[in-house]
Design a protein. Structure first.
Length: 277
């Protein structure tokens, strides 16, 4: 089964090569997107650039990624979001960072979590450090973004439901197109591809369970997860909440925040999620 999926995936990648002038691979250096990067740049020798969005916080989270980038000699780009927004869905609060892609954009979810204790220097203020992060607009030279999302993925903001991912190619008038060559892959496929091709595994983030690479419960080294306090950003009746950074009461800000407009087909709509695998 995997051999056939690899063949089909390579056919999609070859179609991208034929039909686009400037592809770029989106990768968070997680298990899924490493398969995609390996297929494109190590196997098919396409040497496409990588879009690797990273935070300036907690550099220890990127030690595995830095090692892979060096060993595979990857060209990695990053640029600031053009705007931010929030949503509260299925008891999950999230900050979205919207990245310009020609006339379109892509939203990446911050994947926040509350730390067990609020120790200075070990958590972020979701308001100041993420929602109000420096923003910018730039010329986007790439005409297609290639991601490693799978139709079987589940995100917290989808209520535990698979995102379904109804398409492999998604076109935007005036914006960059998006391709999902690994749409049909399973978690077992990803693990098998790692083993057969000697792809490094981030053992700080993943453990092997039933022939799958499963994220560990401890998110300390997971670059997709961000420890943060976001109490003042949550909806609620009480006008004041305790601010852990300042050590005092502060006002609730939910009504002042920009909310993302969820499309009608959510959770089929894919918000991205920095992991990209």
């Amino acid at each position: 089964m995997l051999e056939e999926k690899i063949k089909e995936t390579k056919e999609i990648i070859e179609a991208i090569r034929r039909n686009y002038k400037k592809p770029i691979i989106y990768s968070g250096m997680g298990k899924d997107s490493l398969c995609l990067v390996h297929l494109c740049n190590r196997d098919m020798k396409l040497n496409w650039p990588i879009m690797f969005h990273r935070d300036p916080y907690f550099p220890i989270k990127y030690r595995f990624a830095n090692k892979v980038i060096e060993e595979w000699n990857l060209v990695c780009w990053d640029y600031p979001a053009s705007r931010t927004s929030v949503f509260y869905l299925h008891d999950t609060f999230e900050v979205c960072r919207h990245y310009q892609a020609l006339a379109g954009e892509m939203a990446l979810v911050a994947l926040l979590y509350r730390p067990e204790s609020f120790v200075e220097g070990e958590y972020l203020c979701a308001l100041k450090d993420i929602y109000e992060q420096p923003l910018g607009v730039r010329a986007y030279p790439w005409d297609v973004g290639i991601q490693a999302h799978k139709k079987t993925e589940c995100k917290p903001h989808s209520g535990g439901k698979p995102n379904k991912l109804l398409w492999v190619a998604k076109h935007f008038i005036g914006g960059a197109d998006w391709m999902q060559p690994l749409r049909e892959w399973t978690e077992e496929d990803v693990y098998q591809y790692h083993i057969e091709n000697n792809i490094p595994i981030n053992t700080d983030v993943y453990e092997i369970k039933e022939d799958k690479l499963v994220p560990k419960d401890d998110p300390t080294y997971n670059p997709d997860r961000r420890p943060a306090c976001f109490d003042c950003m949550l909806p609620g009746k009480e006008p004041a909440v305790f601010c852990h950074k300042m050590g005092c009461l502060t006002n609730r800000l939910w009504d002042q925040l920009v909310k993302i407009a969820m499309p009608s087909d959510f959770p089929d709509y894919h918000l991205g999620g920095e992991e990209n695998g």
